[in-house]
Design a protein around this ligand. Sequence first.
Ligand SMILES: Nc1ncnc2c1ncn2[C@@H]1O[C@H](COP(=O)(O)OP(=O)(O)O)[C@@H](O)[C@H]1O
Ligand SMILES: [Mg+2]
Length: 367
Amino acid sequence: MITFGIMSLNLESENSYINEIACHAESLSMEVFRFIPSEINPHTLLVKGRKFNPVTKNWRDCEAPIPTIVYDRCFYGEDEHSKQCLPIVTWLKSRSDIIFLGYGLPNKLELYQVLKNTPLSSYLPQTQAVLDVDSVLSELTAKHKVILKPINGSQGYGIYYLKRNEKTIHVKTEKQKRIISRIFPNEAKLVQWLKQLLKQRNYLLQPYLELSNKEHQPFDIRTLLQKNERGQWKEQGRGVRIGSTGGILSNLAAGGSVITFKEWITSLKPSKGEYIQQELDYIFDILPSTLEKNFMPLFEIGIDIGIAKDGSIWILDINSKPGRKVLLFTNPELKDTLYTKPLLYGKHLFETGPTERKVYYEKTLSH
Ligand SMILES: Nc1ncnc2c1ncn2[C@@H]1O[C@H](COP(=O)(O)OP(=O)(O)O)[C@@H](O)[C@H]1O
Ligand SMILES: [Mg+2]
């Protein structure tokens, strides 16, 4: 029986998703073992974790060898436990006897730097590392509206919109589903605030794109691409996330809502809808192979696409550990498919062996 390992930073994370995967395993002659990287004993190569019992549908504590097939669902923060686990995961990824479904992606800035030299460059918002306060001020003067986001961010956390008015500067962010707005009366006050912000974490800067609909709600298209049981990339579906009126984020974690892609695209003029469809098909067709050519093998990616008021199309974000909420909401019939795909691809990898992979030195808290 193949053991399908699921690795996360705590044994309660994504319980409903991981339980569903576990319930689908037996019919594929697989068993599921979940564990935390920091529980690996480096001497014995055994790890304490929980094995799923398909009869009782319960998890039982046990110690077992590190599974050969690992589905990595570790979401790192800036906390000590994340910092402890990251080098262990990097070590696991370097072992040739362990096969990861996907090896993750680097941070947003490294992704940009690589993708800007590919045919996808015209879809990428111009992105630069924030090195100091002065670079933010000069970009703000040049562009009037900019976005600051953490290089290692996710779920819309810590994203700031900055707008220069004649004398004042308007800063907006969203925290715990609320829009927080602040007006700085002059540049000196903004500089004080920026200095503090930039001390906390590394940021990147992008021009602010007008990604809102007619109701002034920011929105984006979220697509899930996954490999199937033969290792071929397939699109699982698309949904449209809509944020709060006057807000800046369309992330669900920020309190957004969801509509189907069909509902959204049919609300556009047919010629515009057709154009956008073609562009999206092109992006989704070449993105997975472009990523795998430049980085490590992947199993799935979630892509956030922004459509600006002028019709321009932007790749905003690529996640190697995507959520499934949008798709389960817009395409509930995909439920069983979404819960069996990781198992099927894991089985494929087990049977065919790992794809050749480059040596990977992880520098950042992002994979
Ligand atoms: N350059 C930008 N201009 C306007 N809105 C943006 C820009 N970048 C991101 N956003 C908004 O912020 C959201 C989160 O940004 P994203 O890059 O996906 O970061 P995260 O990893 O936190 O999800 C996007 O879904 C979009 O609504
Ligand atoms: Mg995102």
